[in-house]
Ligand binder design. Structure first.
Ligand code: MEV
Length: 321
């Protein structure tokens, strides 16, 4: 018996961090996926290997523990998401799990959510259960909450449903957007990893220290995210790009920017991007540039930093192969 499931990574276009406080956000699923393949094994153990990260080990559900076989502690985190995912659905049999990961880790592209969603789907199917998308997204969000301490449902929602989504907690709404506007995005990636949990905590502390100022910033992000939704629906590229730039400034004010990310954001604009900003938690990780008609130029410029790649919207969310 063998089951493979995959789920996409995501790019947040508007509203990261503010979404943790119930503000809306807009994000797209991208054509970079995590593939999780589950096979049975003779004994009761659960063995996982992720060759792309050079990490492998055993997940011990009873002792709630990951025992690394190869790889260093920094990579262990991804196995903890898998342990917590399997804890929620495991029916007790031994498994060998192989992960192919095309989403760079710690880059703000939702690699942990993609792996979590794909693991939940693959292991459930392996155990003879077809989870609904809603259940998959809910369980995956529970896992992120448990591992990270604080997490909005944005990453797990995108990895589950795919497409372009406007997510608003206030209205308890998840609105897939029908988009006619072209969405040529370039990701500028740095290998300096941001820790999502720590960055979310740092914004919480800043808000605690400066509640009046930070609450206004969060309200501003809410307003510009709603403006961006209109800009997308009206196919207004210029406005969409400008709103991205404003959002970047507010992420800087929240304290999640770095000098390197800033240089990349400005370099992308100088190379012709209509808008550019941090995407995801910040503190390292990635920027995105929205660059209609200028993809090549922006890519060339961002490649002078570390690595850049095109990201296309993936309509496909989690999938059993
Ligand atoms: C991380 O991709 C997005 C954050 O808003 C955290 C979250 O929503 O859980 C920074």
């Amino acid at each position: 018996m063998q089951v493979t499931a995959s789920a996409p990574g995501k790019i947040i276009l508007f509203g990261e961090h503010a979404v943790v406080y119930g503000k809306p956000a807009i994000a797209v699923a991208v054509d970079r996926r995590a593939y999780v393949t589950v096979q049975n094994r003779e004994d009761e153990q659960i063995y996982v290997e992720v060759p792309d990260l050079e990490v492998s080990g055993y997940l011990n559900l009873e002792e709630n523990e990951v025992k690394l076989e190869t790889g260093d502690k920094t990579k262990k985190g991804i196995l903890i998401y898998m342990l917590k995912s399997i804890e929620r659905i495991h029916a007790g049999s031994g498994m060998n799990i192989h992960v192919d990961l095309n989403v760079p880790i710690g880059a703000g592209l939702g690699s942990s959510a993609a792996i979590t969603v794909a693991t939940i789907a693959a292991v459930s199917k392996f155990n003879g259960k077809n989870l609904s998308l809603e259940e998959t997204a809910r369980k995956a969000h529970e896992v992120e909450l448990e591992v990270q301490g604080a997490a909005s449902p944005i990453d797990t929602t995108l990895s589950t449903y795919g497409g372009i989504i406007y997510l608003s907690k206030n209205a308890d709404a998840l609105v897939p957007l029908e988009v006619n506007m072209e969405m040529p995005l370039v990701v500028g990636y740095t290998s300096k990893r941001g820790n999502t949990g720590e960055l979310v905590e740092s914004v919480r502390k800043r808000r605690e220290n400066y509640p009046d100022a930070l609450n206004l910033i969060l309200d501003s992000v809410e307003a510009l995210t709603n403006n961006a939704k209109e800009a997308i629906l009206q196919n207004d590229e210029k406005r969409f790009g400008e709103l991205m730039n404003i959002n970047h400034g507010l992420l800087d004010a929240m304290g999640v920017n770095t000098a390197e990310l800033s240089r990349m954001v400005y370099a992308a604009r100088e190379a012709g991007a209509k808008g550019s900003k941090i995407t995801g938690a910040g503190g390292g990780g990635s920027i995105i540039a929205y660059c209609p008609g200028k993809t090549e130029e922006v890519m060339e410029e961002l490649n002078t930093f570390e690595k850049a790649f095109n990201a296309n919207v993936s309509e496909e969310g989690v999938k059993i192969h």
